[in-house]
Design a protein around this ligand. Sequence first.
Ligand code: ATP
Ligand code: MG
Length: 389
Amino acid sequence: MRVLLVTGKGGVGKTTVAAATALKAAELGYRTLVMSTDPAHSLADAYDLPLGDQPQEVTKNLQAQQIDSQHRLEQDWGDVREYLTDLFDWSGLRGIEAEELSVFPGMDELFALSDIKDHAASGKHDLLVVDCAPTAETLRLLSLPEILGWYMDKIFPVERKLVRAMRPVLSRVVSMPIAGEEVFDAAEGFYGRIQGVRDILTNPFVTSARLVLTPEKMVINEARRTYTYLGLFGYAVDAVIVNRVLPEEITDPYFKRWHEVQAEHLQSIEEGFADVAIRQLRLFDEEMVGVPKLRLLADELYGDIDPVDRMSESEPFQVHEDGSDVVLAIAVPFAERGEVDVMRHGEELIITVGGYRRAFILPDSLRRRQVRRAQLEEGSLRVTFGQSA
Ligand SMILES: Nc1ncnc2c1ncn2[C@@H]1O[C@H](COP(=O)(O)OP(=O)(O)OP(=O)(O)O)[C@@H](O)[C@H]1O
Ligand SMILES: [Mg+2]
């Protein structure tokens, strides 16, 4: 099975691209399910069909589902939520605040994503296309298991035993709510589900993320940041889809400046996303809603390419610790010594190889540090960041 995550800033065309990609795959014969995890669903609008929480047929080989994430959250997290609400309530927070605090932002989408695990296990689909919420916030949340893992292995079982032994005594002595078995069960269940989803999503042979953007400065900047973070957390981006590009044939002088601006932005997209496939999609002369229009859009987007295949296989960068230093290793396969230049410019690292320039947005953890050295080793540029001065 393959999973395609379609993400990008608000309004750039994520749902349209997800719907069109799924349609194209289904028409090529893949048993496809497209699901939206964004609580503000618009998949039904894209297909111009009513859709619900359960998969529904759109065309042959294609099913679509708009997940009711709130419902999933209540189902899986209800017990923990109730306990936390009681606890916060007891500590003096008023009802509504306590309730708000018992769920962290993005958590409902996390539960929606956990459906991926069930779909993968069912064996009913060759492809899952996920129309994600506007930012990669949820994908960042998915990295929680790594942090939680240690806690779940080491502390959680001890705590659980301890509470089990102390519960009768404690509840007599203090009025503080004590977590019951069902709370521990729910926490464990949640952890297990998320762990499973993460295993699927970080396997580059299974999952590819496709970033949708438009040739506009702010959109590009956010997409580059998302790209860095996705890489940092182990999600493989295989393509960038530049949407709403003005077609050449528009010669109206009103759009002259727009053509120039878009050309500049397309250039910066080439530099910022040099490792992945870049596809363009023109601004159509109408809204692209309904199966026939989505089919047309998908044909222009993918041409003869199979949308299910990985569109690029790059592993753009890796970060690892080396004593107190942090090393950023970036693939520069054809670079030769002497033609590589590394320059730090604010939050960007600008790498020049011969006549080719690549600008890379640094993650927060590296931004605070200083570049100590850069070395070229077997097609990989290793940039060492020392402690900040
Ligand atoms: N290339 C295009 N040409 C013309 N219309 C487009 C194009 N791409 C998207 N649209 C239209 O723009 C609107 C917004 O697109 P879409 O809903 O796919 O964006 P989104 O990124 O999913 O938004 P949100 O962040 O709200 O989920 C839709 O009406 C869609 O039909
Ligand atoms: Mg959308």
